[in-house]
Design a protein around this ligand. Structure first.
Ligand code: SF4
Length: 388
């Protein structure tokens, strides 16, 4: 298959669904965590869960970079603009994420702070070049996919001798978070989150390859199948996971061979290794402190590290009291378990991060009408209507 439409082909989807029904053992459940927000979005948008038999359930994981950023780091970014008078450049989906005291980057901007929405770090570099009298800080977030462009921008800034550009680094790492989820009390001791296998991330794996998942597939005896973002990718990978579980295997398999290799993108990995090093610990929203799960800028590039330049101090801020984002990000609860869902919290007026980003589970539930099925309410929008 060469074109995207082929990965959304209805006849093929029905054939795959029939194979899943045939091969899923009716005497057991299959709990499959999709780590990546892109998969969550595909599952909701194309109604993949509806095509599964009742004993195959998707558990939504913490794979949305906007959703996992702790509130304290957003407060830090606002402080950079307000206290240090820096021009803070951020991706658009961060702008409305609630910070402390119901603030956000957008509200700080409305109050006069110089906060600008950019499409890439290249835009931030351009702003720094054009405004040499201002400190320009790029608010860097994201998993392994977005880290290489940040490394390239820092190398570029160094080569140009840009003195007014720095990066507030919040890049996080996927394998460490998956391992942390499997070690969490909910999974290990309490058994409140059943996870039998993982759909491995698509774009992240195109950078890091399939090799980094091998350790925990073996250590925790959970299979991983790396899957593309299209609905047929997700269904094919689910079938591959079901087959592994039926056969008692726990291996790393790759459904997304058109993009992902065993070694990944070695050039991108070398760029990241040149500029960044591991943080001993980093706070994830919903997961708490996760060891060796994030990157910081190496000392050799400290002049471009906003944390050092402005002496940013770590802040601990609790989530809004009734917001269930932390449990949702651990797969322990569903969006409809939150009392605020669809009442005071909607995409237009989000309370928690899971409702802000389109990859967040709450936003996906809301946008594609899945919550109505959960509630047993008739009149669920068709997928076509939902997509319009
Ligand atoms: S519905 Fe809103 S408040 Fe509730 S968990 Fe989701 S984002 Fe948080």
């Amino acid at each position: 298959m060469k074109y995207v439409d082929e990965f959304r082909n209805g006849a093929l989807a029905r054939r795959l669904a029939a194979a899943i029904v045939r091969e899923a053992d009716k005497s057991r459940m299959y709990h499959i965590m999709e780590f990546c927000g892109g998969h969550t979005h595909a599952i909701f948008r194309y109604g993949v869960q509806d095509l599964m038999p009742g004993n195959v359930r998707f558990v939504h994981g913490p794979g949305c970079p906007v959703c996992v950023l702790p509130i304290g780091r957003i407060d830090n970014a606002i402080e950079l603009a307000e206290r240090h008078s820096a021009t803070v450049c951020s991706y658009g989906d961060m702008m409305r994420v609630p910070a402390s005291e119901r603030r956000s980057l957008l509200k700080a901007k409305a109050a006069g702070a110089d906060i600008r929405m950019v499409y890439s770090i290249t835009d931030a570099l351009k702003i720094a070049r054009e405004h040499s009298d201002r400190e320009v800080v790029f608010f860097a977030i994201g998993f392994e996919t977005t880290t290489p462009p940040t490394a390239v921008a820092i190398l570029q800034a160094k080569a140009e001798g840009l003195r007014n550009f720095s990066v507030f680094c919040n890049h996080v790492l996927t394998p460490a978070a998956i391992q942390h989820i499997l070690q969490s009390p909910e999974v290990r001791a309490l058994g409140t989150v059943a996870i039998d296998g993982f759909l491995g991330p698509s774009h992240v794996s195109s950078v890091i390859g399939s090799r980094p998942y091998e350790y925990f597939a073996e250590e925790f005896q959970r299979p991983v199948v790396i899957a593309g973002f299209e609905p047929l990718d997700v269904m094919q990978a689910t079938l591959m996971l079901i087959r592994q579980l039926n056969e008692g295997r726990h291996e790393v398999e790759n459904e997304y061979v058109r993009v992902v290799t065993h070694e990944g993108n070695l050039k991108a990995q070398a760029l990241v290794a040149e500029v960044f090093e591991l943080r001993p610990s980093f706070e994830w929203r919903g997961l708490g402190d996760v060891p060796y799960s994030a990157l910081r800028i190496k000392d050799a590039f400290s002049e471009f590290d906003a944390e050092k330049r402005f002496q940013v101090t770590t802040r601990r801020v609790r989530d809004a009291k009734s917001c269930e984002c932390p449990s949702i990000l651990r797969g322990a609860k569903k969006p409809t378990d939150c009392k605020l869902f669809g009442t005071v919290c909607t995409p237009e007026s989000p309370i928690g991060s899971c409702m802000v980003s389109s990859e967040g589970a709450c936003a996906a539930y809301w946008s594609y009408g899945r919550f109505r099925q959960d509630a047993g309410v008739s009149g669920v929008r068709t997928h076509k209507e939902a997509a319009e």
